[in-house]
Design a protein around this ligand. Structure first.
Ligand code: CP
Length: 309
């Protein structure tokens, strides 16, 4: 059966642990994998904008001797036909498909039609490549994951769902400070599983949460496709007003020695202050972003190893 990455909740714990070990190895020896993807192509089907996901997957394939093909949804013939039929064609050409879909249902439809691994490069519900990178970043920074206190401050979103579904495999303590939580987004099954494991805590006491954190992580307060959309200006205003006290800055982190994380793109002056991003020694944001490449290189190697192409 073809192995896809929709979210970590669909992977066995041991598979995730093995993949993380591989990602650590890849990070240490980035150039040891040259030629591994010779003759293989990766199709990237994106309905939304991207910098890191696109750049890092393309760089992964180039560094390993493979090729990547980027397709903007609007200029493809997915616009004219069905996801199933177009996917059945694409997977006769390429070894992997990476998607950025607005709706997880479309991703599931593609995965069910694909004979090659489909990797979720972010959908409305999950962002598994980001969550893998986040834990890889922590492991590389402090050497271990078990017992680490990771505090996420912001809106409960797709990144949170994927953190909730991966943290259990490594016994990471996840604290959520999320004043806005959309029930239609929340993956209740993964959430309850992590609660049962005693690894998930929720609070709105920001000071207490950041004081005990080893890592503090934040993300955009608005979905990327709506951030600059005038139709969502009112929602944005309301959110900014509600979320402002939760901005990561020198004041809110005055009692914290935690390292600071952000998955980027950053909205300066919204979820995080400018001074914290580049000039504060606690920021590991650019290391985190860089690690997308090695995390995804490991993912491609792992998926390729399951089947000969
Ligand atoms: N973090 C992330 O996925 O970045 P992009 O949206 O730029 O790909």
């Amino acid at each position: 059966m073809t192995k896809h990455l929709i979210d970590w909740k669909f992977w066995e714990k041991q598979e995730i642990i093995n993949l993380m070990e591989l990602a650590v190895k890849v990070k240490k020896c980035r150039w040891d994998y040259q030629g591994l993807m010779n003759g293989n192509s990766l199709a990237m089907i994106f309905q939304k904008t991207s910098t890191r996901t696109r750049i890092s997957f393309e760089a992964c394939m180039a560094e390993m001797g493979g090729h990547s093909i980027y397709m903007d949804w609007l200029t493809s013939n997915f616009m004219l036909s069905s996801i199933r039929l177009e996917t059945k064609y694409i997977c006769r050409n390429v070894a992997f498909i990476v998607t950025r879909f607005k709706d997880n249902k479309d991703l599931l439809e593609m995965a069910s039609a694909s004979e090659v691994p489909v990797i979720n490069g972010c959908c409305n519900l999950y962002h598994p490549c980001q969550a893998l990178t986040d834990l890889l970043t922590i492991k590389l920074d402090c050497g271990y994951l078990e017992g680490v206190n990771l505090t996420y401050v912001g809106v409960y979103n797709n990144v949170v769902n994927s953190l909730v579904s991966i943290c259990g495999a490594f016994k990471v303590n996840l604290t959520l400070v999320c004043p806005i939580k959309d029930a239609s987004i929340t993956d209740e099954e993964s959430y309850q599983k992590l609660i049962k494991q005693g690894l998930l805590h929720e609070t709105l006491d920001l000071q207490e949460a950041v004081a005990k954190a080893d890592y503090v992580y934040t993300d955009t307060w608005m979905d990327m496709e709506f951030f600059n959309d005038p139709a969502f200006a009112k929602q944005k205003k309301n959110r900014v007003s509600l979320m402002e006290p939760y901005q990561l800055n020198h004041q809110t982190l005055k009692n914290s020695s935690a390292k600071v994380m952000h998955d980027m793109p950053i909205h300066l002056g919204y979820e995080i202050s400018e001074a914290l991003v580049e000039d504060d020694k606690r920021s590991i944001i650019f290391d985190q972003a860089e690690n997308r490449l090695e995390a995804q290189k490991a993912l491609l190697i792992y998926l390729k190893g399951r089947k000969s192409f």
